[in-house]
Write a protein that binds this ligand. Sequence first.
Ligand SMILES: *Cc1c(COP(=O)(O)O)cnc(C)c1O
Length: 367
Amino acid sequence: MTRHYNFCAGPAALPTAVLERAQREMLDYQGRGLSVMEMSHRSDEYVAIAEKAEADLRSLLAVPDNYRVLFTQGGATQQFAAVPYNLLGQGGTANFVETGIWGKKAIQEARHLFGGAHVAASSVANGHTAVPSQEAILLSDDAAYLHVTPNETIGGLAYDYTPRGLRADGVEVPLVADLSSTILSGPLDVSDYGIIYAGAQKNIGPAGLVLVIVRDDLLDRARGDMPTLFSYRELAAAGSMINTPATYSWYLAGLVFEWLKDDIGGLAAMDAINARKSEKLYAAIDQSTLYSNPIAVANRSRMNVPFVLADERLDSDFLREADAAGLLNLKGHRSVGGMRASLYNAVPEAAVDALVAFMADFEQRRG
Ligand SMILES: *Cc1c(COP(=O)(O)O)cnc(C)c1O
């Protein structure tokens, strides 16, 4: 068996050690004679799995006690709707910073549901190659919260600071962050945020699970007309089990959290590995005449590295040869073309070394 290097943007690579453990536990979970997939979510065995996952996540991210952790479903896309439902109950307008395709989709969903959505700042004028500064984020007078996308997965654009939702009247509104493609890639100060959410399929586990971390005091701001399954208050009260949760994805997320704690040594260690990985790839791109990346250096994403070839007629050969060399899923998003290498936690440094060597070889032969 060969496991190739997988640079997919999502669903993304999972740690081999995690998959091996899941394989060992597949048919007979810890002598119980059944698979985790076949367990009642209300059983003692499963509740222990679910609670251990939350405890490990809380310890990894040092989640303060006044935050609830929810394991929900519907993808990050569902949160584009759930967030305004949960935060606009007392009126006000959703405010956004638009830094790329995902941020824009969040804006469109808020508009679709509630009409108003204020774009407090946008990087559209620079082609989403640099994030707006804090001073450029101008909230509406009635802003209820500020939504940001700290890492734009498609454009490869990331903040080099944590924005704040400062209104002109001096009120600081809750910061809501779609951290789908960057959560757990390094330490994070959860207390900077009112709500964090992340689809699992990038840095957490398999698709089908969404992590939401919400500050207690925000549970009282929901609209009355929302679907029960969107309600953070109801989800928190039910331990994320209003209905059947994504049990197997939750279990696998728990194995990933254990891997991060015990095998990697925590998020500071993960941060150092991720820094090395992305520095190697950007250095290779910057040194070459064939490859280029347009993002301002300070705002380059460590998780998603898009790059284009100087001659796009080489794209298909590049992809075909990379695939044959065991370097999978380097094709850029269909909306932007070119290439994209996603370097999530489970992509080992050796994968980046192999990619850099392949790119140099390809450039020498074809560039
Ligand atoms: C992948 C991604 C999404 C969409 O996630 P789904 O789970 O497919 O809804 C949203 N935001 C960001 C930043 C993403 O990377």
